[in-house]
Design a protein around this ligand. Structure first.
Ligand code: PMP
Length: 283
């Protein structure tokens, strides 16, 4: 049984109900966050809440929510659930209305939902590399907003499942943008690159954490354009997100990463990422 928060109440998730006229359901008029929680402590909570508040502002949902309110709710949900390591899913929609109309009413009451699921896999050494495919990026132009209208990502994931791979790396006009649910890093001659935020991507919190870690390490990190050819000729390719941490890629479109040296740099950065999780827990 899992306990969630819905509009002021903490309740069993099976008892949580929202209106079918909620704009989140009807239009995907809502935003979300996914936060990793290790040993009952949310990882990088402030940047997640900051991103959420920025997204609320972008889509003009007016809510008197502060970082403090939200972190109290998140911590309470974590406390109410048993698992030590959880994935917190938080969604805020513009709320329910009486009739379906694209134009929002002046003051609908937003729906706030926070839930918890046990974390399936923890970041650990000797992570199994994944296989991916590449696809044209046909998503909208505002991928920096963490919107729940995720039809494109779902279409990519169906394709990935049919091809028996784990993720789809997207490209636009010959340049890599990001994964369908992740950010992308590559390494060539010990230089680490990731597409810049100008590339119509989500500013991933794991991406940001990795960038900070790499900048403090002996490696060079460049946020820049990465062409399809450059990605395919990389020594290492990684993807990153909250639920999986950072994961190495072994094959793209069934083609092995040619110079892959047993993820030499990946392993060093993973170690630093795991240290960062410990440090964040002790803060
Ligand atoms: N890009 C996309 C499109 C995503 O869906 C995600 C995960 N939600 C990410 C990047 C990674 O973001 P984060 O590290 O904040 O989980």
């Amino acid at each position: 049984m899992s306990i969630c928060y819905l509009n002021g109440d903490y309740l069993n998730i099976e008892e949580a109900k929202i209106s079918p006229l909620d704009r989140g359901f009807i239009f995907g008029d809502s935003i979300y966050e996914v936060i990793a929680c290790y040993d009952k402590k949310p990882f990088k909570l402030s940047p997640h809440i900051e991103r959420l508040l920025k997204n609320l502002e972008s889509i003009k949902i007016n809510l008197e929510l502060t970082e403090l309110n939200l972190s109290d709710i998140i911590n309470q949900v974590i406390h109410e659930n048993n698992s030590k390591n959880q994935v917190i899913y938080l969604q805020i929609s513009r709320g329910p209305e009486k009739i379906r109309d694209h134009t929002p009413q002046d003051y609908p009451t937003p729906t706030i939902f926070v839930s918890s699921f046990p974390m399936k896999v923890l970041p650990k050494k000797e992570i199994e590399p994944i296989e991916v495919i590449m696809q044209d990026d046909f998503r909208w132009r505002k991928s920096s907003i963490k919107a729940t209208s995720l039809l494109a990502s779902i279409m990519y994931k169906i394709e990935a499942k049919e091809k028996n791979v784990s993720e789809v790396i997207l490209h636009e006009k010959g340049l890599i943008t990001e994964g369908s649910v992740s950010n992308v890093f590559c390494v060539k001659n010990k230089v680490i690159k990731t597409p810049s935020l100008e590339a119509n991507i989500l500013p991933g919190i794991t991406r940001e954490t990795l960038i900070d870690i790499i900048k403090k390490s002996s490696y060079e990190l460049i946020e820049t354009d990465i062409s399809i050819e450059e990605l395919l000729a990389s020594d290492e390719v990684w993807i990153s997100n909250t639920t999986k941490g950072v994961v190495p890629v072994s094959k793209i479109d069934n083609q092995a990463i040619v110079n892959r040296q047993q993820e030499e740099i990946f392993n060093e950065i993973l170690e630093l990422f795991m240290t960062e999780i410990q440090a964040d827990k002790n803060q």
